[in-house]
Design a protein around this ligand. Sequence first.
Ligand code: ADP
Ligand code: S3P
Ligand code: MG
Length: 217
Amino acid sequence: MRGPRGRHRRRGDGRARRRRRRRREVRRGLGGGDPAQRRGLPRQPEAPLSPLVVLVGPPGAGKSTVAEALASRLGVGFRDTDADVEARAGVPVSEIFIDQGEAHFRTLEEEAVAAALAEHDGVLALGGGAVLSDATRALLAGHRVVFLDVGLAAGVSRVGMNGNRPLLLGNVRSQMKALMDRRRPLYDEVARFTIVTDDLDPTQVVDQVVRLVEEDR
Ligand SMILES: Nc1ncnc2c1ncn2[C@@H]1O[C@H](COP(=O)(O)OP(=O)(O)O)[C@@H](O)[C@H]1O
Ligand SMILES: O=C(O)C1=C[C@@H](OP(=O)(O)O)[C@@H](O)[C@H](O)C1
Ligand SMILES: [Mg+2]
């Protein structure tokens, strides 16, 4: 005879099992179906990893925010190249810009992007200026790159006046406009999909990326 606690536990276990199964199915389905990665088959040690999704776009597009929420929704890992650069340098991005200059930051960023593209199979957010590098754009070819687009007004209002983005110090609006005008062709060049985020909250952006990824299997 099963008491209420037993029933509760069994129902809980069943739910957890179903959730685990669903998550595996999502991962396998979205991962491009490499048969060597399936359970029960030998794994090819040399098979290169590739991120499920790479997010690009200007500062304030929501790349870091959306990448984390999307990864959690899909049950995969999340990585942000700005965080990787900071971990390696041991100081915030803004300090690297001030102490060693933008060129040095770009070198670290290029290395961080190359490493993440080769090592990470979850969701990857790049810094807004990563696409300035020819080498990075070449590496992005063939990846599932999503351009999170944002207009000037929404972008400026999202980044606000905080000093975390050294390129936007001074007149945020005019710096942002110059940066967006210069980079738009580069985002377009690397992107497989574009989502205009101005009127979407992060959850709605996540919904759209999930749909695109499912259709792109
Ligand atoms: N779709 C969105 N709508 C409104 N605010 C957003 C949206 N996406 C991100 N934000 C907010 O904008 C700011 C910048 O987001 P962030 O993820 O750091 O952008 P990015 O990494 O592209 O520079 C954060 O305060 C974040 O909460
Ligand atoms: O646009 C840029 O050149 C930069 C964007 C930042 O990342 P976010 O786009 O995530 O803000 C960060 O990499 C650095 O401050 C430079
Ligand atoms: Mg970011």
